[in-house]
Design a protein around this ligand. Structure first.
Ligand code: UD1
Length: 339
């Protein structure tokens, strides 16, 4: 019995593969390397002393996916494989819909045909948009996201809910807040691709001198210091939540419809300036920055109420912002050492 992890060499995927292997699961990774590199696989093996099975192909290739299901007894799937660049999703909407939704549907066809249950989906707090009440719990009304990337997440959730209801399957929708950091070994982390869109990768590259200064998008928000507030969750803590969510589904009786939804965050909001200051303190470096206009599509504030995950998964975020940001800097040093 094995767990299929799609996008298992990506940022959150690779950390989750490590946690699955450490918890005794057999893992089959499908990843087309569109946003990762082979050394991540080697490093997962170094960290865990175990070898996951790896298939490098695009999940849109149904015939290859079918062969994976023929070759292995798959008992569940954690689906990370997706494009995730918000800006790019606006420029290439059809590519985003095709990639993110077709790959999901192809896996579900195999699940349907083989009576497999236990599906964990990477969703995002973007499905809530700007919520009216903080912190955001799972009953907060959803708003159709502005970005195509966000829409693929919301549509993915809908597809899975219909799948679970029609075929009596068990699914878990995990809504991540803002994942940050890298593995404590500094052997896996988020690989840089072009100019970073997200805050912490940009801060990391500014500290490393790759970027001259950080642009802070707006300081006129109604927040503690005028900069926007988010809930930054350490990627290893986040990875552990996937294992907990999977175990919960697997422990429930088969042939039952289960639709779990969890917000995964720390429960604490931090402003952009607070993140910058925490990074400086944690790593004893200086981050030059300038205040710019607000970024289009940004919300003011979002942080999680993660009580449901604590109650039902016995999971909670354990790592402080500063400790998470230390791992980010170690990861940058590791990347530098490879060049
Ligand atoms: C964005 C997406 C979200 C996605 C997440 C992870 C939107 C509205 N949100 O979240 O759907 O799941 O990325 O990819 O599209 N900031 C700066 N300077 C920078 C970068 C960011 O000031 O160079 C600020 C932003 O304005 C924001 C905060 O830092 O206030 C966090 O930004 P970011 O890391 O991009 O995450 P989100 O916008 O929360």
């Amino acid at each position: 019995m094995a767990i299929l992890v799609t996008g298992g060499l990506g940022y959150i995927g690779s950390h989750t593969v490590v946690e699955l292997l450490n918890n005794g699961f057999d893992v089959v990774i499908v990843d087309d390397l569109s946003n990762s590199e082979r050394f991540i696989l080697k490093n997962i093996e170094e960290i865990t002393g175990k070898k996951p099975v790896f298939y490098p192909f695009d999940l849109k290739r149904k015939e290859l996916l079918n062969q994976v299901f023929e070759a292995h007894q798959i008992d569940g799937c954690i689906n990370f494989a997706a494009y995730k660049a918000v800006g790019e999703s606006q420029e290439k909407p059809i590519d985003y819909y095709e990639n993110n939704l077709f790959s999901l549907i192809n896996i579900l066809q195999e699940f349907k045909a083989r009576d497999i249950s236990n599906f964990i989906f990477s969703s995002s707090c973007t499905v809530y948009g700007q919520a009216d009440v903080m912190p955001i719990d799972e009953n907060t009304p959803l708003k159709m996201p502005e970005s195509v990337y966000g829409k693929t997440k919301q549509m993915g959730e809908e597809i899975l809910i219909d799948f679970a209801k029609a075929y009596q399957r068990k699914i878990s929708l995990l809504r991540y807040f803002n994942p940050i950091g890298a593995h404590p070994t500094a052997k896996i982390g988020e690989l840089p691709v072009g100019v970073p869109y997200n805050l912490v990768p940009y801060v990391m590259q500014t500290a490393a001198g790759v970027r001259e200064k950080l642009n802070i998008w707006g300081n006129d928000y109604p927040t503690v210091d005028g900069t926007a507030v988010r809930d930054y969750i350490y990627v290893v803590d986040l990875a552990k939540a996937h294992v907990a969510a999977l175990k919960r589904l697997m422990e429930m009786e088969p042939e039952k419809t289960v639709i779990d939804t969890y917000n995964l965050g720390t429960g604490k909001g931090s402003s952009v300036l607070e993140v910058v200051k925490a990074f400086e303190r944690a790593n004893n470096v200086e981050i030059p920055y300038q205040i710019c206009e607000r970024r289009e599509g940004d919300i003011t504030i979002a942080y999680a109420n993660a009580d449901k995950a604590e109650r039902e998964l016995n999971w909670k975020s354990e790592t402080s912002l500063e400790d998470a940001l230390k791992t980010t800097w170690e990861w940058q040093k590791y990347l530098d050492s490879r060049n």
